[in-house]
Design a protein around this ligand. Structure first.
Ligand code: ZN
Length: 313
């Protein structure tokens, strides 16, 4: 009985509140008729906006920038569980598949940690043309990679750096001027590393997560000084030498092993073409293609400081 009276009371209060609000609006904005027209207009605009968002175009880019990106990304992973991948790729849907002109596209993916996996790594970029092509190929194939950038290019192409970060790929430090760190003193080493981190931070908001010394050259004191895990490679494609896409692909397919870190350079057209050919092949072979840090994570290995990694096995 008491509850019923309380309920009635609450309803009455709610009703009064709505009525008062309505009266206030009418007093403020004039006649009821105008208010109705305004209301209809607002609702129509909202409907159009929602439709725009769902179609995946400029409005969504704007919306994506407006709201917190990480929230959208979380939503993306969550909502996508129930969606057909083909539908997501072709049409997209709000919070699931996002076309962003400058940043390539993020296609949500699932990685099976039990499958064999390799990490593709690209040195000496970013390059506005070839890095972008590689990012597109990675996105299309649900793959990720690590890009070890040199500072001079990082400063010249912040947009490409952002594209790498925004598409879920990893940025590594490859020193400012592609220096042989074993030939520098510790303050020079620090400069070489810091200047890249500053450029990466300015473009993406974060510093590089891993580091690859140029020429794979390091010694005890360099290793001790560097404040990010040192990542080398165990499969060298020698893409700078052959400059031939098919040769690069054949080399990788012939020598591939679970846990490999593959070395390439995103500054050649032939390497971009090789990646476009390679990724579907790797998919057929059952390989997951991931960034170096992802591979460590999926394999339950922590990348430790003051250690150099040739592969993650
Ligand atoms: Zn290099």
């Amino acid at each position: 009985m008491n509850d019923k009276i309380k309920m009635k009371d609450a309803l009455q209060k709610g009703k009064n509140c709505l009525l008062n609000t309505w009266r206030f609006l009418v007093q403020t904005f004039g006649e009821e008729k105008n208010l109705y027209i305004g209301f209809v207009l607002v609702v129509t605009l909202c409907c159009i906006s929602m439709a725009e968002i769902a179609q995946g175009n400029d409005f969504r880019s704007w919306y994506y920038n407006l709201v917190n990106k990480s929230v959208v990304n979380k939503g993306m992973e969550y909502v996508n569980e129930s969606l057909d991948e083909a539908v997501v790729q072709n049409y997209g849907s709000f919070l699931t598949h996002y076309h962003f002109r400058d940043f390539g596209e993020i296609i949500p993916r699932k990685v099976d940690a039990n499958m064999p996996m390799v990490a593709l790594t690209f040195d000496d970029g970013p390059n506005p043309e070839y890095t972008a092509r590689i990012l597109d190929a990675l996105a299309t194939n649900g793959a990720r990679a690590t890009f070890f950038v040199v500072g001079t290019n990082a400063e010249s192409y912040p947009q490409t750096l952002r594209a790498i970060a925004m598409s879920g790929n990893e940025i590594g430090n490859h020193t400012y001027s592609h220096a042989n760190l074993t030939k520098l003193d510790s303050s020079e080493v620090e400069q070489e590393v810091d200047k890249v981190n500053r450029a990466v931070k300015a473009a993406t908001g974060d510093i590089a997560t891993v580091i690859r010394p140029p020429y794979g050259a390091y010694n005890g004191s360099v290793l001790e000084q560097l404040e990010q895990p040192v990542v080398l490679w165990d499969l060298d494609t020698e893409d700078w030498d052959s400059r031939d896409a098919q040769t690069i692909v054949d080399n990788i397919i012939a020598n591939l092993d679970d846990g490999d870190i593959i070395l390439m350079h995103d500054i050649y057209a032939s390497t971009a073409e090789a990646v476009e050919l390679l990724l579907p092949r790797l998919k057929e072979m059952g390989y997951e293609v991931v960034s170096v840090s992802e591979m460590a994570e999926y394999k339950g290995k922590e990348l430790e400081l003051h250690k150099a990694y040739g592969g993650v096995k």
